[in-house]
Design a protein. Structure first.
Length: 95
């Protein structure tokens, strides 16, 4: 990471938005935008943003699963397969 390139003031964004978007998009790097010397926003390419969203969703699913285990909301493998078989049978009879 090159800090002089990856941290920019908001005035740089205002004056060089097109070039900055092109750089972020082509190089896949993020740029932190500062205002009054404090980090306020991050400019990131779409592919990276999509990966971050998917990772966050996966972490949320894992956290929900961990909460279910901690609360005792679990089923045995046998129970899961029995439920799946019943659901398959119901779906087949609805056709």
């Amino acid at each position: 990471m090159k800090l002089e390139e990856d941290i920019r003031p908001v005035t740089y964004l205002k004056n060089n938005a097109s070039q900055l978007v092109r750089d972020v998009s082509e190089r896949g790097r993020t740029v932190t935008i500062t205002q009054n010397g404090k980090a306020k926003a991050v400019l990131v390419d779409v592919a990276t943003y999509d990966r971050w969203k998917k990772a966050a969703l996966l972490m949320k699913i894992i956290a929900q699963g961990e909460a279910d285990v901690a609360a005792g909301r679990t089923l045995s493998a046998k129970q899961v397969f029995e439920r799946a078989e019943r659901a398959i049978e119901r779906a087949a009879s609805d056709e």
